[in-house]
Design a protein around this ligand. Structure first.
Ligand code: URA
Length: 245
């Protein structure tokens, strides 16, 4: 059976532009399919259809996958209207890549970037409960009661967080801060910071050290590398199987 897909999705997947901008091109009647103008957003196309934008055929771009050890004070975005540094600027790549999920402006650590929309969707879909490990410095001594609370789940936006694993690595009595490692399986907005807020702690620094089996080995802050085909296919397999590693 021939797989039909929405025209704007196919344009975005080719790497030509974002899906939102592709929709605008369609509405503006700048897109033709097999030489016919198509201005309806619901239109579907198959693999044999020829798509032209401003009368030029679009060619699917090859997919690229990177991981970076994101520095502090860099925005997880492709652009910023306030002129802040954005993470895609740190990677020398002509293709239009974007972050897979996000880390806060002040969070450091493991971030993947790609131009593959299907890969991104698989990685950030809530059903893909992949383990993400963070090194956290908080402003308090973490008691066993606090640890159990976090591990069993706290309420965020009226929903209980999924079970987590927390290890207290170090407590500095003089400076009154704890260094902990927490592994969670979700990716809600500011999740780790809000989980610690829920037990009365403030996060002083946050670093993501691991996503599934991927680690930052060999990558200093700000360094990046291409992901290996075996890593990409293993992540896709994990997403499909719902396995947690
Ligand atoms: N949780 C947070 O609070 N911030 C991040 O950047 C990532 C996870």
């Amino acid at each position: 059976m021939i797989k039909l897909e929405r025209l704007q999705k196919v344009i975005a997947q080719s790497g030509y532009t974002s899906r939102r901008k592709a929709e605008q091109l369609i509405v503006d009647k700048r897109v033709k399919v097999n030489n016919q103008i198509v201005s309806e957003l619901g239109s579907q196309v198959g693999p044999d259809d020829i798509i032209l934008i401003d009368d030029k055929e679009i060619v699917a771009e090859s997919k690229v996958y990177y991981m970076i050890n994101k520095p502090k004070d860099v925005l997880c975005s492709v652009s910023d209207d306030r002129g802040r540094k954005v993470v895609v600027d740190l990677i020398k790549e002509e293709k239009r890549i974007y972050p897979v999920g996000r880390l806060d402006f002040d969070t450091t650590g493991l971030l993947m970037l790609t131009n593959d929309g299907d890969f991104t969707n698989a990685m950030i879909h809530p059903s893909f409960e992949i383990n993400k490990t963070y090194q956290v410095v908080v402003d308090k001594f973490i008691t066993d009661t606090m640890r159990f609370k976090l591990e069993r789940g706290v309420l965020l936006d009226g929903e209980k967080t999924l079970p987590a694993k927390l290890v207290v690595d170090h407590f500095d009595k003089k400076k009154q801060y704890s260094q902990v490692t927490i592994t969670i399986r979700e990716g809600k907005n500011r999740q780790v910071k809000r989980m610690f807020e829920a037990i009365g702690c403030k996060v002083i620094s946050l670093h993501r050290s691991k996503v599934a089996f991927m680690t930052l080995e060999g990558l200093a802050i700000g360094q990046y590398r291409k992901m290996l085909p075996s890593e990409i296919s293993r992540l896709i397999q994990l997403a499909k199987s719902g396995d947690r590693k």
